[in-house]
Design a protein around this ligand. Structure first.
Ligand code: ADP
Ligand code: MG
Length: 393
């Protein structure tokens, strides 16, 4: 039996306590609704508490720790950063720097990623000018500390990102070496996909009464889903969607507009696939009924617009169909995350008309999901089990 949760409490970043400037900087990037890990952790971080977050790649951890830390951290003197993020790889460190750049600007704080393989001289120059938040790989941080190019004495906020990966890569001794040198009273945030053994000992040794948030069951990541991309023809599209949804217990389909949602629900019904649409034009009671039926297993297909689907969480969705391609990779993740079901994979199918292939490929590229877009007609037998079909084969 599936559970339904309507998360209506927090729908925007300002409710979490972030400044108007930061909220506006996010909105400029099209980021308006917080992900679960952000809803859970931002208020605690702002309150100065230690936080231990269990969350996976793609769940939005960077903003979860980065925004509140940028908001509350003091400004730094040269070579004495007040914030430190430790990340396992140079790619992650530079992604964190990029992800936080806009918010840092409006918070009047500077962020710098330092990692091996890049000229250390430039990093030292920047540290001399004064950097508030340093994002470092452990090896390079130790190198800089050894040269007295940086000090952790003034660090008031430290983040250990992807602690399990650091443990897997053998970095924990280096991480601990750094943590032991932070003596000022400070806040420690730790994020990890798993919390066991070595990671737990980090938590117990370096965190003070941490608040623990587990968001792994709430949102799954691209790696845990099966992604298929199907090229379709305009007049055959609804039939393709019906063929994919037919064998599944619960399918959630996304359209860009309310009109498209209504039309698709009608077309599916014509194909003898029971479906209902939910969107903002419908009365609350109608939306709730559709959701209840879907959740109870009496309605196999729910068609939703992005806005209507926000804040609705139905467990046990087997298939997500991007009937209209999502607006960008973030929307792809947001929609696809509705297959969330702890420990099981979901099937995510994107339908693409020929003139949508470029935008679909752009999203694939951004997500590292570069699998071929294979053209199929609605009578194609592969549609009944797209998870089993190998698009590369
Ligand atoms: P993690 O560190 O958990 O792997 P990231 O912090 O790198 O995840 O976030 C993954 C992607 O999701 C990034 O491209 C980021 O810009 C985007 N993102 C994060 N939070 C939101 C949000 N609330 N709304 C839309 N996109 C978001
Ligand atoms: Mg990350």
């Amino acid at each position: 039996m599936a559970g339904t949760t309507v998360l209506d409490a927090v729908d925007c970043f300002s409710d979490l306590g972030l400044t108007d400037e930061i909220v506006a900087a996010l909105a400029d990037r099209g980021i308006t609704a917080p992900f679960p890990v952000q809803t859970m952790t931002i208020p605690d971080v702002l309150a100065g508490r230690d936080v231990c977050g269990k969350a996976k790649t793609g769940s939005g951890k960077t903003l979860a720790f980065g925004l509140p830390v940028l908001q509350i951290m003091p400004a730094a003197a040269p070579r004495r950063p007040t914030g430190l993020v430790l990340a396992p790889t140079r790619e992650l460190a530079s992604q964190i720097e990029a992800e936080l750049a806009a918010a840092a600007r409006v918070a009047n704080r500077t962020v710098l990623a330092v990692y091996g393989g890049a000229p250390i001289g430039k990093q030292i120059d920047r540290l001399n000018q004064g950097v508030d938040l340093v994002v470092a790989t452990p090896g390079r941080m130790i190198d800089l500390l050894d040269r007295n190019s940086v000090s952790v004495a003034a660090v008031a906020h430290v983040v250990i990102d992807e602690a399990d990966r650091m443990a897997d890569m053998g970095f924990l001794p280096q991480v601990e070496w750094i943590l032991r040198r932070i003596d000022a009273d400070h806040q420690t945030l730790l994020f990890s996909a798993t919390l066991d053994g070595a990671v737990n000992s980090l938590v117990s040794r370096y965190q003070r009464e941490p608040v623990t948030h587990d968001v792994t069951s709430r949102r799954i990541t691209v790696e845990e889903m099966t992604h298929r991309f199907v090229g379709v023809h305009r007049l055959d599209k609804a039939k393709v969607a019906a063929a994919v949804a037919g064998p599944a217990r619960r399918t959630l389909m996304f359209t860009r507009t309310r009109v498209a949602a209504d039309r698709l629900a009608r077309d599916l019904t014509d194909q003898r696939v029971k479906a209902a649409a939910i969107h903002g034009d419908l009365p609350q009671s109608v939306r709730e009924r559709a959701l209840r039926d879907f959740s109870a297993g009496n309605l196999p297909v729910l068609v939703a617009t992005d806005v209507a689907a926000r804040g609705i969480h139905v467990d046990d969705v087997d298939v997500v169909i991007h009937y209209d391609p999502p607006s960008d990779h973030k929307a792809y993740l947001h929609r696809s995350g509705r297959t969330a079901r702890a420990g099981e994979t979901g099937l995510v199918v994107t339908l693409s008309l020929w003139d949508q292939e470029l935008e679909v490929k752009r999203i694939q590229k951004r997500l590292g999901l570069e699998s071929p877009i294979v053209e199929m007609l609605s009578n194609d037998e592969r549609l009944a089990d797209l998870a089993a079909w190998n698009p590369e084969g």
